[in-house]
Design a protein around this ligand. Structure first.
Ligand code: NAP
Ligand code: MG
Length: 462
């Protein structure tokens, strides 16, 4: 596959400081498809300098001009959708139709939303005798994971551009080709040199150098809770703003009176889509004891139908990790009703769509984020019991509640310690704030709340 052998810094592809490279592997057949440079602290420093130099000019640009550049970026992404989808499929492994509809479709919508927000946002307001200005935070260090490789980049870069910030991006080592295509799109969209910069590389090297760089004002990180804690500590020590989008273990709560078949189908689809590599996946299904056996049968049947339609996991390490969790579930006494730890194919990083019944709240598979196609079905006795189980993890990213009516489901959702809840199958809204309670993170992405993360206020008193 096409790959740049340099870093995109200050408006051009420049040679990397070092000679090390990263192999990009297609997880469907484990073939090496490209190499990209492994950035060092020196590359990060060059990129941060470019971003600092470009900051005053970009911050002073009229919001309408920033909106025009983001709209142009959306248009380039849309025009190159087939190439981007093919690249996501090659390096992440997602089925092509899913890459087209979700991995490209969603970021195009999000970029469009920030083109509109940049033009319409009130960057200035009067409060009593004060005028309050919303000004850009400054240079953003963006560190992204591989599971939604373009979406997670756009969810940081588009609002940062709208705010008037400049950016250095360190994408995941597993999906750097999508990030390189994004840098090409930024260039084609006419974003001025230095406003957006890309350094590919390893987390503990390039990522750490970026998170700790003195020239970075805000670190925006999406990834695991373990790495997020370290980044938060580094940022805290430097009194730097930080936004963390971390893991999840979201509950799909099915109350008596709900449309059970639909609730189970949506829950299974949420866990199997993207091969379970979705931070907000509804990985714990909570069912009242009176409907438990019926829900288990429906879920097993739905998972069985996934068969060949599910893509591989991103790499062999994730495959081994997920299979380890499935073995752990069996060891701890959960009952397998679909799938299991055996690899379904000889080649590629595949895991069988797996469903566990008789999962109890303290089991490892009910507590830890598995990040694979594994659903746990838990039983509850009454609503308070369901709430205790739903809230009984360190995470609080997402959730779903199903009931006979929206009011009943919403009343339960208001008692959940979580950032977003779908009521009776409510659709994903790319303008609604996305982010976690508890150890699922700090800050919010998407829509106006996501834009506010990249702004700081200055008040003038008259
Ligand atoms: P990860 O290891 O935390 O990596 C995320 C990013 O951080 C990657 O770019 C990674 O580089 C980099 N990184 C790793 N170590 C670092 C360090 N010491 N300093 C600075 N940067 C470092 O997570 P992952 O395995 O890629 O992604 C899966 C996890 O992300 C899951 O737990 C998932 O729930 C979470 N996630 C959360 C959200 C959300 O919105 N809440 C969204 C997506 C994913 P490398 O690629 O080189 O490791
Ligand atoms: Mg990693």
């Amino acid at each position: 596959m096409k790959a740049h052998d340099g870093m995109y810094i200050d408006g051009a592809w420049r040679p990397a400081a070092g000679r090390d490279t990263i192999e990009v592997v297609n997880p469907a057949d484990e073939q090496v498809i490209a190499h990209v440079p492994a950035g060092t602290a020196e590359d990060v420093d060059a990129a941060v300098r470019a971003a600092r130099a470009a900051l005053p000019g970009w911050a002073a640009t009229a919001p309408a001009e920033r909106a025009a550049r983001i709209a142009a970026l959306r248009d380039v992404l849309a025009a190159r959708k087939d190439e981007i989808a093919g690249t996501v499929t090659a390096e992440l492994g997602a089925p092509l139709s899913f890459s087209q509809s979700v991995h490209v479709g969603l970021p195009v919508r999000v970029a469009g939303s920030y083109a509109e927000l940049a033009a319409s946002y009130a960057f200035e307001e009067r409060i009593g005798n004060s005028t309050v200005y919303a000004e850009p935070v400054g240079v953003v260090g963006a560190i992204t994971p591989w599971n939604y490789p373009l979406h997670q980049i756009v969810a940081k870069v588009a609002p940062a551009l709208a705010a008037g910030c400049t950016i250095v991006l360190k994408p995941a080592e597993d999906t750097p080709l999508t990030a390189q295509l994004f840098a090409e799109a930024v260039h084609e969209a006419g974003v001025p040199a230095g406003v957006f910069n890309l350094v590919t590389g390893l987390g503990p090297v390039a990522g750490q150098a970026l998170a700790g760089h003195d020239g970075v004002d805000l670190v925006s990180f999406t990834g695991s809770t373990a790495v997020g804690k370290r980044i938060g500590a580094t940022a805290g020590a430097a009194v730097k703003r930080v936004a963390l989008e971390l893991g999840g273990k979201s509950a799909n709560v099915i109350l008596p009176g709900a449309d059970l078949a639909r609730a189970v189908a949506v829950g299974v689809a949420s866990v199997m889509g993207n091969s379970g590599q979705t931070c907000s996946a509804l990985t714990r299904m909570l069912v009242h004891t009176s409907q438990y056996d019926e829900a288990v049968a429906l879920a097993a049947e739905a998972a069985g139908k996934y068969g060949d339609r599910i893509g591989p996991l991103v790499n062999a390490g994730q495959q081994a990790r997920v299979r380890g969790y499935i073995e752990k579930g069996v060891e701890e006494g959960a009952r397998l009703v679909a799938g299991g730890p055996d690899a379904p194919r000889e080649k590629g990083c595949y895991v069988s769509p797996t469903v566990f019944a008789d999962v109890t709240p303290e089991m490892t598979i009910a507590q830890e984020e598995i990040f694979g196609p594994v659903l746990s079905i838990l039983r509850y006795e009454d609503e308070d019991d369901a709430l205790r189980i739903a809230n009984g993890t360190v995470y609080g990213l997402a959730g779903a509640v199903w009931a006979a009516d929206d009011a009943t489901a919403a009343a339960f959702a208001r008692r959940m310690d979580t950032g977003q809840v779908d009521i009776n199958g409510g659709r994903f809204n790319p303008l609604a704030p996305f982010g976690g309670y508890k150890q699922s993170g700090v800050g919010r992405e998407l829509g106006p709340h996501g834009l506010a993360e990249y702004l700081q206020t200055k008040s003038l008193q008259f």
